[in-house]
Design a protein around this ligand. Structure first.
Ligand SMILES: *[C@@H]1O[C@H](CO)[C@@H](O)[C@H](O)[C@H]1NC(C)=O
Ligand SMILES: *[C@@H]1O[C@H](CO)[C@@H](O)[C@H](O)[C@H]1NC(C)=O
Ligand SMILES: *[C@@H]1O[C@H](CO)[C@@H](O)[C@H](O)[C@H]1NC(C)=O
Ligand SMILES: CC(=O)N[C@H]1CO[C@H](CO)[C@@H](O)[C@@H]1O
Length: 833
């Protein structure tokens, strides 16, 4: 087992280190250890529902040529318009009352639920894996929501063994049928090898009316047993499984209507008419539909299992009981892991019981993890279009070319709205994921760093790989451009991870603390190897460093501002010599109304825009990147580099005060030059998230008098404090609540989280329950923490989901629903702060 092996290695490592102290040479084979770690990572993360854009869809990770792809769809086939309510991709238009993971961990498995009133269906899907990650099973369990309502649950599974068209070998074929409903397939994939796939019923009654001689309304259209159709579908088209199903069934209906007499057909034959059949005599191919139509008016609901077993595995899953046991094990294991990491208390101001808060938090974390996807495909990039910086007109990227293919392993902001990689969001996701599974967070981070372009150092703002991912993106947002940046939050997460690992260097007990007991046995894997084992981390850091350096340089060069425009002004102010002239930045690609690169699209900025504008948030983000580079220099013992970055960090911090602090406004602001009015410098001050950023990113010296002023601003309920969290823009700002009102008032979790975290850093006493006079900071910390988390929880109770942002007026959820990207940071706030 990996763990005991790692332990051995660790003991060896300690011994070797002692030897090193004595002799000055290292003789441990670090690479071997690193490989062992990677092997474990690869195995435990191979299979999961990584098609997180689907309600349930599986694809294996890093299997690009010949993946086995699976999906689940469903509808009520007793309704003649039922096909229109065929569920497949998660989308708010379906108006499910609820969907998502209650418990989930991609290494282990989990439980996902769907409450679909339109289809009268209460569906539960369990996903489990063997402990070496090779074999897996999906259990589908359904019940009616209203048993009095006549309806069916027509469940459509599809499987595709892609890649058959490339090598002519990869294949998937039905090899055995045990009765009318249990199917067995044999598959072969160039990359995965040989496997069995079985679909087997546990219970449930198929829709049938014995009053009819037969339910088979046309050859093959019979809902009283499992239907199966095999055909050839190119790998690139498999994501259209819903469209293909709909059009084949529609063609079948037309055929039935044309060939049979026109008499009124009994309503209880509709489910048969809506059953797939092979009307075109397709030859069997690598793609399979399996349709099962259960009668929901019959007692007890239905249940069936789909199981994948790699051949020549020692760990095959074979019986229903084994699956049940694996489900129990998985759910317990995840619960135990969760309780080791998060702790819920009954605070006096907190609403909701401890149990209910815990349930909310586990579900929210599970949905963040459930968003994790594996993407492979081409990206649209426009490298030609130049921005017009005299007009600042809308940017149109019309010279796109496909590049790639690329791979991305990432979590996503929202399965229904944003099922793709977002650079700005991902760092926040990692701040949450790392608390649960440090190594998983690192795995995601490195996948993103792989996307750094070798020559330029650029990473796209959104990573939209392939047609399936692109199908969810409006055309104007599909194309990426290598001049456009976005807040480098990945470096924020990376910096946090490095800080912890650096603190732990030499602390060997931590890996053991990770282990969880289950059924009296130690669970067999550990997920903070990198945090606790500096050798492994160093290997990773080495791998990442060259790319990261290019990315860092790209950001600094592409977003560099023009300081010379201010020479005279600053000479006059007497600070020209103090300013660090190479540390001034602006976001490239803003327009009159928007600054998309900043991540806070419509937050008010200088009007009119000008190339001389300098953005305080752009400078602050460079500070974060630099700090991260400094830490990686430390881990790699690159002393000169570490010193160099420390100096740049220092310069950034000084520039924040020299250039961006407005004494008159008492806050950090953008600056620009007013060319209309005798070329004077103006502070562009709009109190809100941008003004808080140097604080939120921990870039203000601990002894700075400005800290108190920022606490005062955050505490001011006439400005940005509210019962629901900090408002993105002050109530007193002229733009508050105006136009799109996206970042002009609504409460966003990401910046609130950073502010709370920064308060813990600047005012360690805020977390202590000591009696006596509470400082302003402590009062603010506690009321912000309570108000913010109470509101997200309350909205979840009332509206069923987490949201993209929250109304500054009454706190209700606004923007995208089922947004368990950065909003999931509420789990850290409730369970760790
Ligand atoms: C793990 O998977 C990655 C990505 O496919 C691959 O590059 C690497 O060699 C694998 N490592 C091991 C030890 O299996
Ligand atoms: C759905 O089914 C599950 C499992 O039987 C049950 O626990 C749950 O209460 C049901 N939910 C609804 C809304 O009916
Ligand atoms: C907001 O915080 C204040 C101060 O702690 C508290 O009195 C109030 O009840 C909180 N409001 C909500 C909705 O949690
Ligand atoms: C060792 C291991 O975890 N393998 C599992 C594969 O699946 C079977 C059937 O459920 C399990 O019993 C094994 O434990």
């Amino acid at each position: 087992m990996f763990n005991s092996r790692l332990k051995l290695l660790r003991v060896f490592w300690v011994v070797a280190n002692i030897a090193l102290l004595v002799s000055g040479t290292v003789n441990v084979d670090k690479l071997e250890e690193f490989e062992e770690y990677q092997k474990f990572t690869n195995e435990s993360l191979l299979w999961a529902p990584y098609r997180s854009n689907c309600y349930f869809g599986i694809t294996p990770r890093y299997v690009n040529e010949s993946p086995l792809v699976m999906g689940i769809m469903w509808f009520n086939s007793l309704n003649q318009d039922g096909l229109q309510s065929l569920r497949h991709f998660a989308t708010p238009q379906d108006k499910l009352q609820k969907y998502g993971w209650e418990v989930y961990d991609p290494r282990i498995g989990g439980k996902e639920i769907f409450i679909d009133e339109k289809n009268n269906l209460n569906l539960t899907v369990y996903f489990v894996k063997s402990r070496n990650g090779e074999n897996w099973s999906v259990r589908v369990h359904g019940e009616p929501l209203d048993p009095q309502l006549p309806s069916t649950a027509s469940i459509v599974l599809y499987f595709s063994q892609n890649g058959g068209e490339i090598d002519g070998k990869s294949s998937l074929a039905l090899i055995d049928q045990d009765g009318p409903n249990d199917l067995k397939f044999f598959g072969y994939s160039q990359e995965l090898g040989e496997y069995d796939l079985t679909v087997r019923d546990n219970f449930g009654q198929y829709f049938n009316n014995p009053a009819h001689d037969t339910m088979e309304v046309a050859p093959g259209s019979d809902c009283s047993k499992t239907s199966h159709l095999s055909l050839q579908v190119p790998g690139s088209e498999v994501w259209k499984a819903r469209d293909i199903f709909q059009s084949l069934v529609s063609d079948s209906i037309r055929d039935i209507l044309e060939t049979e007499d026109k008499q009124e057909r009994p309503a209880d034959l509709i489910p048969s008419i809506l059953t797939i059949r092979n009307i075109y005599n397709f030859n069997p191919g690598n793609f399979h539909y399996v349709q099962k139509t259960f009668d929901l008016s019959k007692e007890g609901g239905f249940e069936f299992d789909t199981t994948y077993n790699k051949l020549e595995t020692t760990q095959s899953i074979s019986t229903r009981e084994q699956i049940t046991e694996l489900i129990t094990w998985s759910l317990n294991e995840i619960n135990a892991r969760f309780d080791k990491k998060f702790n819920f208390e009954q605070g006096s101001d907190l609403i909701g019981s401890v149990d209910d808060k815990r349930k909310f938090a586990l579900e929210t974390l599970s949905n963040l993890l459930g968003g994790i996807g594996y993407f492979h495909g081409k990206q649209l990039i426009d490298r030609e279009t130049e921005f017009d910086e005299s007009q600042f007109a809308e940017i149109k990227l019309l010279n796109a070319k496909e590049e790639g293919p690329f791979d991305l392993f990432t979590s996503i902001p929202s399965r229904g709205f944003f099922p793709r990689g977002f650079y700005w969001d991902e760092g926040f996701h990692l701040l949450q994921i790392m608390e649960y599974d440090f190594d998983l967070a690192f795995e995601i981070l490195t996948s993103w760093f792989e996307m750094i372009e070798d020559d330029s150092g650029w990473i796209a703002r959104e990573i939209i790989l392939g047609d399936e991912a692109r199908s969810k993106v409006p055309q104007e947002f599909q194309v990426q451009n290598p001049n456009i940046a976005n807040p480098p939050t990945l470096l924020l997460a990376f910096s946090e991870m490095l800080s912890r690992a650096i603190e732990k260097i030499g602390d060997f007990d931590d890996v053991n603390n990770e282990q969880v007991m289950f059924n009296g046995k130690l669970s067999n894997f550990v997920t903070n190897n990198l945090e606790a084992n500096s050798d492994l981390l160093t290997e990773y850091a080495k791998k990442i460093y060259p790319k990261l350096l290019r990315h860092y340089n790209w950001f600094k060069e592409s977003q560099a501002g023009f300081i010379d425009e201010y020479a005279e002004i600053f000479e006059e102010e007497g600070i020209w010599d103090k300013i660090h002239k190479s540390e001034v930045y602006r976001w490239v690609g803003r327009t009159f109304t928007h600054c998309l690169p900043s991540g806070m699209d419509d937050y008010p900025r200088a009007q009119p825009p000008d190339v001389a504008e300098l953005n305080v948030d752009a400078l602050a983000w460079v500070g974060v990147m630099t700090r991260s580079m400094k830490q990686i220099g430390h881990v790699l013992k690159l002393t000169d580099d570490e010193t160099k970055y420390a100096e740049i960090e220092h310069n950034v911090i000084e520039n924040l005060d020299l250039l961006h602090w407005s004494e008159k406004d008492n806050c950090y602001c953008d600056i620009s030059i007013d060319f209309e009015d005798e070329e004077i410098k103006e502070f562009v001050c709009h109190e809100g998230y941008i003004s808080l950023l140097p604080f939120a990113l921990k870039l203000i010296p601990k002894d700075s008098p400005k800290l108190g002023k920022i606490v005062a601003l955050m505490s001011d309920s006439n400005k940005i404090f509210s019962e629901f969290g900090l408002l993105s823009l002050s109530r007193q700002d002229e733009y508050f609540g105006k136009d799109e009102n996206y970042w002009r008032g609504p409460v966003w979790m990401n910046i609130n989280y950073l502010c709370l975290d920064a308060m813990r850093y600047y005012y360690p006493e805020v977390t202590l329950g000591v009696a006596g006079e509470a400082s302003d900071a402590k009062k603010l910390y506690q009321s912000l923490k309570t108000n913010l988390s109470n509101n997200v929880y309350k909205v979840w109770k009332e509206q069923g989901y987490c949201y993209e942002n929250y109304s500054p007026v009454d706190g209700h959820g606004t923007g995208a629903e089922h947004f368990t990207g950065w909003t999931a940071l509420v789990v850290n706030i409730l369970g760790r702060f």
